[in-house]
Design a protein around this ligand. Sequence first.
Ligand code: PMP
Length: 400
Amino acid sequence: QFSDIPVVRHVGYIEVNTAFQNDVSPLKVDLIYGTFKSEDGSNYILPVVKRAENMVVNDTLSHDYLSPAGIESFSKLACRLLLGDIENLWNDGKVFGIQSIGGTGALKIGAEFLAQHMNCTTVYYPDPSWEMHGSIFSFSGFQKKIQYRYMNRETIEIDFEGFCEDISNASVDSVVILHACGHNPSGLDLSKEQWRTVAEIMKERKLIPFFDIAYQGIASGDIEEDTWAVRHFHSEGIEFLCAQSFSKMFTIYNERVGNLMIVQKSGHNIESLKIHFERIIRSIYSSPPNHGARTILQILSNPKLYDEWSSSFKAIAARIIELRKALRKALEEEVAFKKWNHITDQKGMFIFLNLTDSQVEYLRNFHHIYMINCGRVNVSGLNFTNISYVAKAINDTLRK
Ligand code: PMP
């Protein structure tokens, strides 16, 4: 009977968000989800996205099904955002893309493919990482989930030696998830030199890289620079997958737009490979939705809209950098006994405060400040009105 199913409750984001919604205090601060907010705390949508959406609505003549792999021209432009000029690679079948339901959907169909067709059973992902990596792969049949060392929690720095040691011990055909930029939640990205070493190890150990890129353009402020690692692996002749999320890049979270890019050495089997992916998709959701991908296609294929998008997107990235500086300054003034340089050293949408569970709970219960465990802060939930309140509250929490 259904009633025999063990009782569970929400953990992580959903639980914190429910508590935030139920909090009636005017002081409450939402630092939970990775979504962009305006200075007044409201949800922000890029104006160019709104315009492109209206164009899509006006141009829509039918709601016919898309093919399981989605809109090919969308996927091609998505892959181009990652690798630059791919015309020949695309025509040769060495690079191809599948429209997906957000970055999450790209990870899911990639995981299913690796389990079913590459007989992969082990996945490595960073400690810490985005909370869904482990479950997506275990729900897809991976028997072993191993977290490789990534961050030293004492120093809040990359544990590069530990990382290399762990993946060097991985068995052949293990899948290794790599955050391409703006690591979630630590904000710590590898240097180019470190990426070169990782590529060498992966090649030598015959591991399968699975990039996850959800913050392109937000880490360094430059869309191309943030794909450096992906491009390097490609230039090294390594085959890999890359799950791309457009949720943040286009402030289009609930339209669920993503792309799975597949890079392979030879394209001779491209047609049959696509059929394998299509079979996976048909068995899960048959075919993807249209509106969000069509909106992004509109922007990526229209030079005027593209320019508008890239400059307003740069402004978002610049705002994030300003907010980081402001929080660091406020904390240096309030909590002088601790170092806060990591706040401006970290990249991307999140600040990793490295708090204990009870400190996170204290901030929530006594100061109405909401973030997920370990103290991950969505930078754009901060603004010049609440920063000093947040810094004072952190000071109070650390002194308890
Ligand atoms: N990967 C990472 C690292 C993420 O942070 C996120 C979203 N927070 C995703 C994947 C999923 O992206 P989407 O919302 O587009 O499914």
